[in-house]
Design a binder for this molecule. Structure first.
Ligand code: SF4
Ligand code: SF4
Length: 429
């Protein structure tokens, strides 16, 4: 794609990078068929190719975009299905990230939209505040349909049950069972530990059983993905720097073989810390080191090896491949392989490349499109004839649980159960 940036614009690292991404697009349109919003809306401006064009014009002009441009870019899920499909290697992810930052810095959203985004950025990354907000919203969740606009969406998303905080999420060291094979840090996250503390508990049991010493590192908090996807660059970088400092201190004191992440949206973010802080001379090297150490839990389990298990009286699993795992981290078959090694029959969900509509805060910010994607995903899940859905990202788990009509769990909860841990509570209900 031809671009028309001025020399002054090209002197900035951000525009230089955006230009090199834009120039790779050859307008072939292969990405259209795999873009969820294009599949739903059939509008070129809601396709990757259309958005790339809008981003080019917006960045070239360098001023606040029109509301219609913001609408088309806001509808993008950042699912990166287009990046997987693109034969020219267009790095759409970093381009839409740049576009979101530009919008955040130049465009004034309507008041209600600003409030909602501000509220989500403030509350969700802080587990104590998020739990408090859920407790406050819980009594009105049954009244969701009587509430106006986004309040109704927020109330409807409040879970049926609000879990107690898990003692596993406090900073501490869990010793390996038997001979220590690895020493790993676990990112316990923010929203996941509030919504589903059993996932970290299962991860710790499983990793220690397989010979890992697991550290929950003091000073590590939200990975920054939530604010990053809203274009809020400064707080995202702040989150990243705090985590890098904490993990580097742990590495210096006792060493780490890996940083394990069991929420793939967060994993994609931590694996991108090197890029996020590449222009910061003080942090670039450390960020790249942390990014190299970051592993999805399925990668670590594959590396440790799950002793083959005979298929027993186990549920058949429909594997929902989270976008951040299959497109963001290019890990599609590996989590299924690990589940199969633990003795589960695993079935692919048809149209598995399409997002379920969760996409971070997308289901709160774009509820209509998110609901349409969810309905389509649930139909495809039903076609598998499976008993349970497994997904490696908390956002997908909670989104699918709203409508799947069957239990939705994290793969580590199933593998932990198959290798000696307790049955996941959602399967007992
Ligand atoms: S990231 Fe997903 S929604 Fe956005 S343009 Fe690419 S395929 Fe479409
Ligand atoms: S597939 Fe790649 S090169 Fe082709 S239009 Fe889409 S982004 Fe551009």
């Amino acid at each position: 794609m031809q671009t028309n940036f001025t020399l002054a614009q090209l002197a900035t690292a951000e525009i230089e990078e955006a230009e090199s991404i834009l120039r790779k697009c050859v307008h072939c349109g292969f990405c259209l068929a795999t873009c969820p919003t294009y599949v739903l809306l059939g509008d070129e401006l809601d396709s990757p190719r259309g958005r790339i064009y809008l981003i080019k014009r917006m960045l070239e002009r360098g001023v606040a975009p029109k509301p219609s441009v913001v609408t088309h870019l806001d509808r993008c899920l950042s699912c990166l299905s287009c990046a997987t499909t693109c034969p020219s290697g267009v790095d759409y992810g970093h381009l839409i990230d740049r576009a979101r930052v530009h919008i955040d810095q130049t465009y004034r959203r309507p008041w209600a939209e600003r409030c909602l985004r501000g509220l989500l950025s403030l509350v969700v990354p802080r587990p104590w505040l998020f739990r408090l907000a859920l407790l406050g919203a819980w009594p009105v969740r049954g009244l969701a349909r009587f509430l106006p606009g986004r309040l109704a969406v927020l109330a409807a998303m409040t879970p049926d049950r609000i879990e107690r905080p898990s003692p596993h999420d406090r900073p501490q060291v869990f010793p390996a069972q038997g001979v220590r094979r690895k020493r790993v840090a676990l990112l316990t996250g923010c929203a996941q530990r509030v919504l589903s503390p059993s996932i970290n508990e299962a991860t710790i049991r499983l990793l220690t059983r397989l010979g890992c010493e697991v550290v929950v590192t003091k000073g590590v908090g939200c990975c920054g993905a939530l604010v990053h996807h809203m274009g809020r660059e400064k707080p995202a970088r702040r989150n990243a720097r705090a985590n890098i400092a904490a993990w580097r201190a742990e590495i210096a004191a006792n060493g780490l073989d890996a940083i394990v992440v069991n929420a793939s949206g967060c994993g994609t973010m931590v694996k991108d810390y090197g890029h996020l802080l590449a222009d910061d001379p003080q942090w670039a090297e450390a960020a790249a080191e942390i990014a190299r150490l970051a592993k999805d839990v399925s990668e670590v389990l594959d590396d440790l090896g799950i002793a083959p298990h005979e298929p027993g009286e186990r549920p058949v699993v429909a594997y929902h491949s989270a976008c951040s795992l299959q497109h963001g981290q290019r890990l599609h078959d590996l989590p299924k392989r690990v589940l199969a090694a633990a003795g589960f029959e695993v079935r692919d969900v048809p149209e598995g490349h399409l997002c379920c509509g969760s996409a971070g805060t997308y289901n709160l910010l774009q509820p209509d499109l998110a609901d349409r994607l969810l309905a389509r995903k649930v139909e495809n899940i039903a076609r598998t004839g499976a008993d349970v859905v497994a997904a490696g990202n908390i956002g997908c788990i909670k989104q699918l649980a709203r409508a799947a009509g069957m239990p939705v769990v994290h793969p580590v909860e199933l593998i932990d159960w198959a290798t000696g841990g307790p049955k996941p509570s959602v399967l007992k209900q």
